[in-house]
Every structure is written in structure tokens, then in C-alpha cells.
Design a protein around this ligand. Structure first.
Ligand code: SAH
Length: 366
């Protein structure tokens, strides 16, 4: 640590916090206290931490900080969905979305500024990529949203579930995503159960195995196609990690906890992947995987060549899966009037991949 740079404690999970306090000659239980102050009570500064000695508070003020991203924009959709645009230290902005439902409140958090995967139907992919988020920038999304939403009349938190389904591919930022999730699960921080934290991946197989070993949370997999030929087109990562190997990894993921199932996400694209024959192909593919299926009506964005499947096509597709015994739900589109729906999160990415420039050159979009 240089003299000028303070350690931002928001980045530290409890183990890292313990190491930090050991490093400055303090007792390990301080790590628990500070974690609680920051994440459970939402303290802004060290002076608020009344169970620390005056000396320690002064010392921490000098060498450490609790710095959060700034809220650049706060939008509320007609259906109660709320989206925050958060500005990071380097000027990039990411998006975080709160989705209220009858019996739960879900926060959808981002893991990267932009995304490298370039799935053909996703708006984030079209923005290019700048960098991965730090653990603190991931967990701060929960902190900021909790602060903004407050608690319900019973004193319970409004946010009951977290999904890593925002911008980015969480498993390509494993080393920062895992400490962030550990804080979400930590009883001295957010105390969410593993069932209520869901990581969604396009299928980075080696990291799925690491996740199972190091931080098993609920898993969602963006499948979107019933065969490799089509999936290669929609999710280019499939060329590296094809479906058969992906499903093997899913089976391994569920093997340890017999009651768990993988949620397969399947975006419904008119005349691309929404046919009855494709539904049957999907049934066959998932026949021996502990699976649930989430059908996601495609959400449009500028410059896309895709269209959303009709309601009839989605219902027909769903019925084939249900008749075959697959638990299937059609995800409700939420917050689309503020571009907060699946695949619409764009943030403000200072693109370093030049993807946008290439796109502009090729098809003349602006
Ligand atoms: N990279 C991870 C996390 C992003 S999750 C993953 O791929 O799983 C975002 C979810 O929304 C994914 O299932 C993604 O495939 C889906 N999605 C992306 N673009 C979409 C769009 N335009 N309409 C509907 N769903 C979309």
C-alpha cells in the first residue's frame, strides 16, 4: 500500500479483512465488527463505528476508506422495476436492476464493464468490453440498492435474492466474484442463503467446476439452443465449450447436492430457436440433467437482427417441455420501458475492444 492510497475495505471479504487487520496488528474479531458495520449497518465512515476504540477509528480513517460507486442515474419503471447507473472510479458506468415480485425482491448485479463473449442477441455484448469489476464494486451494488430501498414495515430487507445476471460473464471474473458472493452469504454481511444467490454463466466449464468446489451457489446456464450448430452462432463461447461438455459440467455441479437443479435460460427468438422440433430436441438434450427451464422472451435493442417470438410460439414451446416433465416457466419481461430487461443493460462502457468501431464501420450504426 502506498502512502497516498487508502485501502478500500469494501473490497475485502471476511478472510481478506482478517488478513488486513492481522497486517496492521489488530485482532481478528475486528474483521467481523467492521464487516458488520459496512455491510449490515451500512456505515459510511469509521467514526460511526462506536464499538471501536477512538484510536483505531482515527487510524482507520487515515489508512483505509469505504468508498462506493456514485449513483449517476436512478430510474423507476412503470412496473416498479428500478435501475441504477453507477459510476466507477475510472468513469465507466455499470447497471444494477431491482425487480420487485410478490414474494421476493431480486437484485440483478453486473460482474464486468461490458462483456467479452459477444452473444449475438445481447446488447451488453455490443457495447464491447473495458474491464472486470473488483469484488467491492460487485457487492457495492447490493449495498447501494439496499440503502436506497430501505426495509419493509417488518424491518426485513427488501432485497431477498441476488442474481449475477447483469452485465458481464461472472465466471470470467471468478477471483473477484467469489469474494463478493461470500459477503452476500456471510451472516455478518447480507446473510443470504445459497439458494437465493444465483450465478448465471454462458458456460465457462472449468470455472463451473471451481465454483462447485469453492462457493456453490445456485447455477443458471444460458443455453439458448438445442444443438451446437445453432449455439455456435448465438453464443460463440460454445465453440470452445460445446453443449455435451457443458451438460456434463452441469451434472457434476448438481452431483454434490442431490436436491439442486440447474436453471437453463433460453431466449425466445422468432424463427431462430423457437420451433416445436427444437423444443423436442431440447427435451431430449436435457433428459438426464437435473434441470429447470426459463424461457426468456427476447428483449429488443437498437441494431439487432432478431425479433421476439410470438406469445403463441412461446406457449407452444413451453407446452412441449412441460408435457415431457420439464419444469418450465416463461420469464416475465420487467422494466423494459427503462431498458432494464434481460440483455438490455448497456451501462457506459469505455470500449477497449474496438467492437463498436468495427460494427459502425461494417453496418454504419452509430
Ligand atoms: N454472461 C452471463 C450473465 C448474463 S445473464 C450469461 O450469459 O449467463 C443475462 C441473461 O439474459 C442471459 O441468460 C442472457 O443470455 C439473457 N439475454 C441476453 N440478451 C438478451 C435479450 N436481448 N433478451 C432476452 N434475454 C437476453
Amino acid at each position: 500500500m502506498s502512502n497516498t492510497e487508502k485501502t478500500n475495505l469494501i473490497n475485502l471479504d471476511r478472510q481478506a479483512m482478517q488478513d488486513y487487520f492481522a497486517g496492521i496488528g489488530e485482532k481478528p474479531f475486528r474483521a467481523t465488527q467492521i464487516t458488520q458495520w459496512i455491510h449490515q449497518y451500512g456505515a459510511n465512515d469509521f467514526e460511526a463505528m462506536t464499538n471501536l476504540s477512538r484510536e483505531l477509528r482515527a487510524r482507520l480513517t487515515e489508512i483505509a476508506e469505504i468508498r462506493l460507486p456514485e449513483i449517476a442515474q436512478d430510474q423507476l419503471a412503470a412496473d416498479g422495476t428500478r435501475k441504477w447507473l453507477l459510476r466507477l472510479d475510472d468513469g465507466n458506468c455499470i447497471e444494477t436492476v431491482f425487480i420487485p415480485e410478490e414474494s421476493r425482491g431480486t437484485l440483478c448485479v453486473s460482474s464486468q464493464v461490458g462483456c467479452t463473449l459477444n452473444c449475438s442477441f445481447c446488447s451488453t455484448g455490443h457495447q464491447g468490453f473495458n474491464r472486470s469489476l473488483k469484488a467491492g464494486e460487485i457487492v457495492a451494488q447490493l449495498l447501494v440498492a439496499n440503502r436506497a430501498l430501505g426495509r419493509d414495515p417488518k424491518g426485513e430487507r427488501i432485497i431477498t435474492n441476488v442474481v449475477l445476471m447483469g452485465m458481464g460473464e461472472p465466471l470470467l471474473n471468478f477471483d473477484e466474484v467469489v469474494p463478493a458472493m461470500r459477503l452476500m452469504l456471510d451472516d455478518h454481511a447480507y446473510g443470504l442463503s445459497r439458494r437465493r444467490v444465483t450465478l448465471s454463466t454462458a458456460g465457462v466449464i472449468p470455472m463451473m467446476d471451481r465454483l462447485r468446489a469453492e462457493c456453490p451457489v445456485s447455477l443458471a446456464v444460458s443455453l439458448h439452443a438445442p444443438n451446437d450448430a445453432l449455439r455456435d452462432e448465438l453464443v460463440p463461447l460454445n465453440k470452445k465449450y460445446p453443449i455435451r461438455e457443458l451438460l456434463d459440467a452441469c451434472r457434476r455441479y448438481c452431483a454434490d447436492s442431490p436436491r439442486s437443479r440447474v436453471t437453463f435460460e433460453y431466449v425466445m427468438l422468432a424463427d431462430v430457436n423457437d420451433g416445436v422440433a427444437q423444443a423436442h430436441e431440447l427435451v431430449h438434450l436435457l433428459r438426464d440433467v437435473p434441470a429447470k427451464v426459463n424461457l426468456i422472451p427476447f428483449n429488443s435493442f437498437p441494431q439487432t437482427q432478431y425479433r421476439r417470438s410470438t406469445k403463441e410460439a412461446i406457449d407452444r414451446f413451453r407446452d412441449v417441455l412441460i408435457e415431457a416433465g420439464l419444469t418450465t416457466i416463461t420469464r416475465k419481461t420487467r422494466g423494459d420501458d427503462i431498458d432494464a430487461a434481460c440483455g438490455q443493460l448497456a451501462g457506459q462502457v469505455q470500449d477497449r475492444t474496438r467492437r463498436r468501431q468495427r460494427l459502425v464501420a461494417r453496418v454504419g450504426v452509430s
